[in-house]
Design a binder for this molecule. Structure first.
Ligand code: UFG
Length: 326
């Protein structure tokens, strides 16, 4: 059985569905701060705090857990700048408690959700895993601290880890029974979907004076199903391969304007938009060099076309305009 921490959030719920489709037993932990019970579709769900070691001990005692995939975290860059201790408490404190209980129960395999935010403003694009690590916000810093803690757990206890640094995760399950829902929403593609659904007046593009071809920020959009498949491959690889750190992106960057234009093409109408000021802390361009993951995990992302990724997101949003309350 695989324990999925944060399994009722956007990415975690797609991991749960992926394993359910494969017939792999899972248990889910979530504090429901941002998760949705409806998104786990019958998986065993434990509601509680990752820092509560007694709660975690009970779960590891009740279930034959062989490995952990740890998605549970606070993940808003902006909020991390106004409330940094929440990020160090939840993200670092939660990981330390989880690792302590895993070692107590002799569970020594973990896949950890890290982020491109650990690099900060990159020196080169695409970004290789050995680039300078200089997070520009407490969210990225908290993830980098956990990466370091995992290294020491391997050295001192033989715990095997896969650290996966995500770029911009997008899209939804092909059945569109689960998808991306955040409240408040801050991510570009769901916000454009809200404009398309008439739930927002307009899209504000955060800055068009970046040093990029059209002046708007460039990001590497990876489909959530490709992302979760990489987690499965990463977990399996730990049976024979050493612990590792991999970027997960598709290695192609698209500007905010390109994302909006592609969305408009998918829905065949233009959307109200304006150029606003830059959002604090946004790097100009983040594009992954994911060749290490492709080689090391024999992973090949299937959805490398932006239009296809946006179609997948739009299917979920248009069929579930109010998310899990639709
Ligand atoms: N954007 C807009 N308008 C909006 C929302 C976003 O122009 O209303 C722009 C942002 O400025 C950015 C791009 O769209 O340039 C993508 O923004 P998202 O918020 O969708 O994603 P981020 O790149 O900010 O965030 C992602 C991950 C984070 C991670 C971060 C690293 O979602 O978890 O990359 O910088 F921390």
């Amino acid at each position: 059985m695989i324990l999925i921490c944060g399994g009722s959030g956007y990415i975690g719920s797609h991991m749960v569905a992926y394993f359910q489709d494969k017939g792999v037993p899972v248990a889910v932990i979530d504090n429901m701060a941002t998760g949705h019970a409806a998104s786990v579709h019958g998986a065993k769900l434990y509601v509680g705090d990752m820092r509560d070691t007694a709660f975690l001990d009970k779960i590891f005692t009740e279930n034959p857990i062989q490995a952990v995939i740890h998605f549970a975290a606070s993940s808003l860059v902006g909020e991390s700048m106004t409330n940094p201790l929440k990020y160090f408490g939840n993200n670092v404190g939660g990981a330390v408690a989880l690792l302590e209980v895993m070692l107590r129960h002799n569970v020594k395999k973990i896949v950890f959700s890290s982020t491109a935010a650990t690099y900060g403003e990159p020196e080169h694009i695409p970004i290789p895993e050995n680039a300078t690590m200089s997070p520009g916000n407490p969210y990225g810093a908290s993830k980098l601290m956990v990466e370091d803690i995992l290294k020491w757990c391997d050295t001192c206890h033989g715990l095997k880890y896969s650290v996966l640094r995500y770029y911009n995760v997008a899209g939804a399950h092909p059945r569109a029974h689960i998808g991306e829902v955040h409240n408040p929403e801050t991510h570009l593609i769901p916000i454009i979907a809200q404009v398309a659904l008439g739930q927002r007046d307009k899209l504000t593009i955060y800055g068009d004076d970046y040093p990029t071809p059209d002046g708007t920020c460039i990001r590497d959009y990876i489909h959530v199903m490709d992302l979760v498949e990489a987690h499965d491959l990463a977990l399996n690889s730990l049976d024979t391969a050493p612990s590792h750190v991999y970027n997960l992106g598709i290695g192609k960057g698209f500007s905010v304007k390109e994302v909006v234009e592609t969305f408009e093409k998918v829905i065949d109408r233009t959307l109200p938009k304006e150029i606003g000021p830059r959002r604090a802390g946004d790097p100009a361009a983040l594009v992954a060099d994911s060749t290490a993951a492709m080689k090391g995990l024999a992973w090949q992302p299937k959805h490398t076309n932006l239009e296809e990724i946006i179609r997948s997101a739009w299917k979920w949003h248009s069929q579930n305009p109010h998310g899990y309350n639709s």
